[in-house]
Write a protein that binds this ligand. Structure first.
Ligand SMILES: [Zn+2]
Ligand SMILES: [Zn+2]
Length: 198
């Protein structure tokens, strides 16, 4: 089984939007390898000088700091290019986002073509956020929406229990891990995974 398919299958078993999870993972790996790519691949260098980083990936780079020397060299080039009269990088052409878009198309295709076997890996708290549902169309989109609705009903059940247990009239029942993360999952469904931490 190819690596991408394995990763997709694994992400499907875990709570939250599996495409957000894979997107985050992809961005992280990309930024970790960026310095190497930047130094060794002139096409990457060229694209990065044109696009720079979008705010999400700039923030990710800032948090991740895979190599200060690597980041310094990339930014040295970006700044030099700008001061030499090059155009300001356009974050709409963020290199990480561009590469992710291509990878995402591959994932969407895989999910569609391997659906019969992949659907068995779909976890109880797994869903697609509103943004990632948009990647699909036609009958397959309707089928996915139906699975997502089922899982969201389960999450709503956990949310309701959580709210109930906060009521001081209720007995001191312990809050389960599913209940504790239910509000974050609902937030992730509407807004994507940007706020989540594992
Ligand atoms: Zn998502
Ligand atoms: Zn980006």
């Amino acid at each position: 089984m190819d690596r991408t398919l394995l990763k997709l299958q694994e992400a499907l078993t875990r709570p939250g939007c599996f495409l957000c999870r894979l997107e985050e993972d992809y961005g992280r790996r990309f930024l970790e390898g960026l310095f190497y790519e930047f130094v060794n691949d002139s096409a990457v260098r060229h694209k990065l000088l044109a696009g720079g980083f979008c705010s999400d990936h700039a923030r990710m780079l800032f948090t991740l700091r895979p190599s200060i020397l690597g980041i310094a060299i990339v930014l040295q080039n970006l700044l030099q290019h700008y001061l030499d009269g090059g155009k300001r990088p356009d974050p709409a052409h963020c290199l990480v986002c561009q590469n992710w878009r291509e990878h995402l198309q591959h994932l969407v295709h895989l999910l569609h073509t391997r659906w019969e076997s992949l659907r068995n890996s779909w976890g109880e708290e797994t869903f697609l956020c509103t943004r990632h549902l948009e990647e699909f169309s036609g009958a397959f989109r309707l089928e996915l929406e139906e699975v997502v609705r089922q899982k969201l009903s389960g999450i709503l059940g956990h949310l309701s229990c959580l709210v109930e247990k906060f009521d001081y009239h209720s007995t001191n029942l312990p809050i389960t891990p599913q209940e504790a993360r239910s509000w974050q999952e609902a937030l992730e469904f509407f807004a994507g995974r940007k706020f989540q931490k594992d």
